[in-house]
Ligand binder design. Structure first.
Ligand code: FAD
Length: 386
């Protein structure tokens, strides 16, 4: 079988690796527009259950990734000058995106996958002789764009502008900082992904964007402004840029996941908003599901592609709902921040997607749940006394 995978991100590389490992005779090529060793962004996270699933399928890759990860289960939620430290039951593993890609690239090359770099795909005519074309080319997928009607693509942009920076030190503990300024509301989200680097995502709402004059600033000026707003957290460290362009998030959903021998995985299939911190693992789990369908049905695409949808769609749909609730919460973050009490705010934040209700919160963030309930009960008792 001849397989062309467009896009050498986590989804494309992982699928290439799994398929080649399973079917060494297949001719598998990954076509990536970026040069070898270059990428956007800084560190990304992979949750515990996803790592377990990956380990069960390809322990070699899972172990190589785990060896490079920075594990953490604490997060400070800051609302202006108050904060709550949340300790999660499960540890997230953060890894430099470039390192993650490096592990996957090596794992592909070791098995004989052909990786083409600095080759941008603008149309699919060059791949006419291939049995399968995998669109793993991210949120602006060209594979999907060749026939949006066939995939039933819907897309729209959110209104909150954001940019993805780095910081050249491990900022601990991880934090989400929600801050009022005289011009509006800003959010800074940072997490360490190695001993000397952290990711820092900055965001504001649409009203703040114009009220603060951010819309008139250049990207370097915006970086300086964000450094000033979060100066107490950055403690003199400048933000590091890597294609750190301020933009709004594009939501992409497809009614149909394949068309003929073209199939979508990862962000090309459904863009995952960064506020749920799961885009990389969802992309890699799509690759796993497509691989599982091949493992079940051999090379019979007529069975494989519907089976991929059957395996994966229910989970993706659940996450789709959670993602939508999460980004809508951020789109209305000004209102969420207006209550003023950091404990209620943190509770609201932790339960925003609907995936975690109070019952689940007890297991998900046990000490926060216990402290929050104690405070609530004490408040209720003192209200009853008055
Ligand atoms: C600010 C921000 C923070 C994030 N934080 C996290 C996080 O903490 N944890 C997490 O899990 N996820 C995070 N994500 C999401 C995560 O980066 C994506 O969900 C994930 O990378 C999707 O993987 P993918 O392989 O589907 O797509 P991508 O990683 O986008 O890879 C697609 C690849 O295709 C290539 N490509 C695109 N078009 C073409 C073309 N025409 N020809 C050739 N090559 C092409 C691109 O260069 C790219 O290498 C974040 C995203 C953003 C924007």
């Amino acid at each position: 079988m001849k397989i062309a995978i467009i896009g050498g991100g986590p989804a494309g590389l992982y699928f290439a690796r799994l398929m080649k490992r399973h079917q060494p005779a297949h001719q598998i090529e990954v076509i990536e527009q970026n040069p070898f060793g270059a990428t956007y962004g800084f560190g990304v996270t992979l949750g515990g259950p996803a790592r377990e699933r990956m380990k069960a399928t390809d322990p070699e890759v899972a172990d190589a990734l785990a060896a490079l990860m920075h594990f953490n289960n604490k997060q400070r939620i800051c609302l202006d000058d108050e904060d709550v430290l949340v300790e999660y039951a499960s540890y997230g593993g953060a890894i430099e995106r470039l390192k993650l890609l490096g592990v996957l690239q090596k794992a592909c090359l070791d098995l004989g996958v052909v990786l083409h770099h600095q080759r941008r795909v603008d149309g699919l005519s060059a791949f006419a002789g291939y049995d399968l074309i995998v669109g793993a080319d991210g949120p602006n997928s060209v594979v999907r764009g060749t026939d949006p009607a066939a995939f039933g693509t819907h897309s729209y942009s959110l209104t909150n502008p954001f940019a993805w920076y780095g910081v050249a030190k491990a900022m601990k503990p991880n934090a989400l900082v929600f801050r009022h300024t005289k011009d509006g509301v800003f959010v800074g989200h940072y997490y360490a992904y190695k001993s000397d680097m952290s990711t820092f995502v900055a965001e504001c709402d649409a009203k703040t964007w114009t009220q603060s004059g951010f819309d008139k600033l250049s990207d370097p000026e915006r970086k300086l402004a964000i450094e000033a707003i979060f100066a107490d957290h950055l403690q003199g460290e400048p933000l590091v840029e890597n294609k750190s362009i301020w933009r709004t998030f594009k939501v992409v959903v497809n009614d149909r996941w394949f068309s003929g021998n073209h199939v979508l995985i990862g962000d090309a299939l459904r863009s995952a908003h960064f506020s749920i911190g799961s885009g990389t693992r969802l992309a890699m789990e799509d690759a796993l599901a497509l691989f599982d369908a091949f493992a079940e049905h051999g090379d019979d695409l007529a069975k494989v592609l519907p089976r991929y949808v059957e395996i994966r769609k229910p989970i993706r749909d659940l996450f789709g709902v959670a993602t939508e609730r999460s980004f809508n919460w951020y789109e209305n973050v000004r209102q969420a921040m207006s209550g003023g009490d950091v404990w209620d705010f943190t509770h609201d934040f932790l339960t925003r997607t609907g995936r975690v209700d109070d019952k689940r919160l007890k297991d998900y963030a046990p000490s926060f749940y216990a402290d929050y309930m104690r405070r609530k009960n004490a408040d209720a008792r003192s209200a009853a006394v008055q």
